[in-house]
Design a binder for this molecule. Structure first.
Ligand SMILES: [Cu+2]
Length: 139
């Protein structure tokens, strides 16, 4: 069972022309509550290659705007902030989880249905793209 889950949530990204390689683990999107305008997805990307990778954008067919966000604490308040680009160094991981980095889906065109799949396209600084599929579930 554990192996099956690992297979489901693991994807390898290969880049043409260099040795960078990102491995996704623990990807999931939060199932929408009725009427929700926004959604969020969480996944971890580990750079198993030899070169740094720079994530510069993302998109999803289900939302008008898809962005990498983080949460910051300022003046005793926690708020979300857009992260326009994020370098993932060799051996390091970009870990997304509730309360931290997340894929922000703004202006949902349709609800995120439990047990469905969400496709997220990542854009990298070298012009390459990769589509990731994450399962939709309740937190
Ligand atoms: Cu956000």
């Amino acid at each position: 069972m554990r192996k099956t889950i690992l297979l489901l949530f693991t994807a390898c990204i290969s880049f043409m022309g260099n040795t960078a390689e990102l491995v996704m683990t623990d990807g999931w999107a939060r199932a929408s509550i009725p009427g929700a305008a926004n959604g969020a997805a969480y996944l971890s990307l580990k750079n198993t290659g030899d070169d740094a990778v720079t994530l510069v954008g993302m998109s999803s067919e289900v939302a008008k705007v898809t962005e990498l966000h983080t949460h910051i604490h300022a003046d005793g308040m926690m708020r979300m902030e857009h992260v326009p680009s994020k370098v993932i160094s060799p051996g390091e991981s970009l870990i997304m989880q509730p309360g931290g980095y997340h894929v922000m889906l703004m202006g949902l065109k349709q609800p995120l249905q439990e047990n469905g799949m969400l496709h997220i396209v990542l854009d990298f600084a070298d012009g390459t793209q990769q589509t990731l599929d994450v399962g939709i579930r309740k937190p």
